[in-house]
Design a binder for this molecule. Structure first.
Ligand code: T1G
Length: 626
């Protein structure tokens, strides 16, 4: 899994453990053995840590988090300290993605160089953890406390360019240069110049121009943005220790926080999710050998909320898009919505004006089907009506070149019935985004009876390319997500009839850790949308007259949620307010339906709603078609 070679005075230690050079026990043992060998060889004046894979290293082996192998000697914290105190100069040659423990290994090195297309990240917070091998102590020393707070609390990778600007990287090597040769030449230069070694133990975190309130303000922000999450708070405490304590003391604090988080249910759930997301993409008849098609141009059909959200997700991922709508007015509104979304991102400092212009330049629009005939993929996002979709797919089938993939964003309709309107059912598939499509990570890839494995494989790869998490599902009511949502939402509404209030139900759910209460989510998605979906399936789900009675009543009153400024709540713009009339409405309904009312404890609310998430998760395997 690790090999080494020597070029003059430089020993190159190369990681070679597909698929991601995960730093499991064997890798750590072999890396230490290679380092010891290089340390003891007088002909070695500098050591380069490199990778034989397209990426540098995916960090600690997450599989080991469920076993004690994580602490098998040498563990990662030990290895980073070992490198940080090495008797010889060590250079990290980051040729591609470097994540988690890989970044911590690089931080312990004296020098860091990367290819321009490389990325570096500390995603531990996404696993409910914190960087546990010195990242919280070394990153603020090598860069600064603001960079460290940002990188560690958002967990997203940064580009090599950004890493150079923050001081994480010493040098970038252009992609078309011979990376290995360029690194060797630089290593010789460092030896020649006897360049100073970067040892974190001798460095302090520069707090000179930093407000003493910085950690308190970050904590307040986290409590607002990530209520109930433990890992972000421990990250801040570890970084606070880095700003005041010597390295060794800070590392001890970091280790204690890491051990606390590792045994916490939040980390266990997130680690499960990491593997579950990947398992959902494993389809028995779609393998590495399954061919895939190249997607160079995409057409989005329908400039409504979903269509424009999908178009934004695509241009955000550098995919050229042709947005088609047959209504001039709808198309103009859609383009304006896209422009406004990018402008808001700029106003919040999340997007530069240059990038915004580059993304808008990827977008063209048209009123004519003929203009999308050459698209490699068409994503249909017109109204949720079978007759409309069948007419659209018939027209697409006639217009588009052979092998154009025709994908429907339908959230509930029978994809096989849509495919039947075409002569290319093997090229028809569902690609279901969740609103807002440019934000939500999940996409459901709906395979029809005749959808070919090649088309499924193409959309699996395409979903990852546009930074989505795909799950392959079969044709059935609500696919997976909405099918799991149905009993959860039904129980929350039933609790209103039985005496709970909307803010009590939603409060229990957000305290549990849900980003939004399900009743608020129903107001956001639209009570009218939910009503129409229920109408299509009422006989299947309405087990008694009280079934979703509150939601049906609100629909009959024209209270569709945020879009009409009133649903379970009242709205002033985006501000959500209690609707004092709702309890009375529920009381009347309960009386008419003979539903007993009582005071309901929060724990009961959580258990009754939670029970439906778990039952929904149990269904998941049945949705995958062999
Ligand atoms: N450990 C174990 N398996 C991993 C892994 C990891 N770190 N990363 C990926 N895999 C598996 C993955 O499950 C899949 O397996 C295969 O590799 C390809 O993954 C102490 C505590 C590196 C950017 O969180 O971000 O270091 O499904 O499809 O698209 O502070 O993988 O094929 O059987 O994602 O090329 C922190 C997570 C660990 C990185 C590559 N590191 N991985 O993307 O491949 S905690 C992470 C990624 C840590 C220290 C802490 C990506 C990637 P299978 P893939 P990819």
């Amino acid at each position: 899994v690790i090999k080494s070679s020597q070029e003059q005075a430089v020993r190159v230690i190369t990681l070679n453990h597909p698929p991601v050079n995960a730093l499991g026990a064997t890798m750590r043992q072999e890396l230490k053995a290679q380092l010891d060998h290089a340390f003891s060889d007088d002909s070695v004046k500098a050591i380069v840590l490199a990778s034989a894979l397209p990426l540098f290293c995916g960090g600690a082996d997450i599989q080991e988090f469920r076993t004690q192998q994580l602490w098998q000697s040498p563990d990662l914290p030990f290895l980073c300290n070992y490198i940080d105190n090495a008797p010889k100069r060590i250079i990290a040659a980051i040729n591609g993605a470097a994540m988690g423990g890989a970044v911590e290994i690089a931080l312990a090195c004296d020098h860091r160089v990367a290819r321009r297309q490389a990325t570096m990240g500390l995603p531990e917070i996404k696993l409910g953890l914190l960087p546990g091998a010195g990242g919280t102590q070394r990153l603020p020393r090598v860069t600064n406390i603001n960079v460290a707070l940002d990188m560690i609390l958002n967990g997203n990778p940064v580009s090599a360019k950004a890493a150079l600007e923050t001081g994480f990287l010493d040098r970038i090597i252009e992609d078309d240069d011979d990376f290995s040769q360029a690194v060797l030449a630089w290593a010789e230069e460092l030896i020649e110049n006897n360049a100073p070694l970067q040892r974190c133990a001798q460095m302090v975190v520069d707090m000179q121009d930093i407000s003493s309130d910085i950690f308190r303000l970050k904590r307040d922000d986290i409590k607002q943005r990530m209520p109930g999450q433990l890992a972000p708070l421990r990250c801040i405490k570890a970084l606070e220790a880095a700003s005041t304590e010597p390295l060794a003391t800070g590392l001890a604090h970091e280790k204690a926080f890491f051990l606390e988080l590792l045994t916490n249910s939040q980390a266990r759930a997130r680690i499960h999710l990491f593997f579950a997301e990947r398992a959902a993409q494993k389809i028995p008849d779609v393998t590495q050998a399954t061919p895939q098609r190249e997607i160079k141009s995409v057409a989005v059909l329908g400039a409504g909320t979903m269509g424009t959200g999908i178009a934004i997700a695509l241009i955000n991922a550098d995919v050229p898009v042709i947005l088609l709508d047959v209504s001039n007015e709808q198309l103009a509104q859609g383009l304006q919505r896209i422009q406004d979304t990018l402008q808001r991102a700029q106003d919040k400092g999340r997007l530069t004006s240059t990038l915004a212009r580059q993304r808008m330049a990827l977008l063209t629009s048209t009123l004519h089907y003929a203009d999308i005939s050459n698209a490699d993929l068409v994503i249909e996002a017109v109204s949720e009506s079978m007759s409309t979709k069948q007419a659209v797919f018939k027209q697409l089938d006639e217009i588009c070149k052979p092998r154009t993939i025709l994908a429907s964003n339908t959230s509930t309709l029978d994809l096989d019935a849509i495919a039947a309107a075409t002569t290319r059912a093997d090229d028809v598939i569902g690609l279901h985004f969740f609103s807002p499509a440019n934000i939500m990570k999940l996409t459901e890839i709906v395979r029809g009876e005749q959808t070919s494995p090649e088309v499924i494989n193409t959309l699996l790869r395409f979903s990852k390319r546009i930074n989505k998490v795909p799950a392959v599902v079969k044709v059935c009511d609500g696919f997976v997500a909405n099918r799991m949502l149905e009993p959860y939402f039904r129980e929350a509404s039933r609790l209103l009839l039985e005496g709970a209030t909307a803010d009590q139900v939603d409060g229990v759910l957000t305290d549990f850790g849900m980003p939004m209460g399900v009743l608020s989510m129903g107001d956001l998605a639209g009570i009218d949308v939910g009503y129409l979906v229920r109408q299509a399936n009422r006989s299947r789900y309405a087990h008694d007259p009280s079934y979703q009675a509150v939601q049906d009543k609100l629909y009959s009153l024209g209270r569709y949620g945020q879009k009409t400024a009133r649903g379970c709540y009242r709205y002033k713009g985006k501000k959500k307010l209690i609707d004092a009339e709702l309890p009375g409405l529920c009381l009347e309904l309960a009386f008419d339906l003979g539903v007993q009312r009582r005071k309901i404890a929060n724990q009961e609310i959580l258990e009754r709603c939670q029970r439906f998430w778990i039952s929904g998760l149990a269904w998941w395997p049945t949705f995958l078609r062999e």
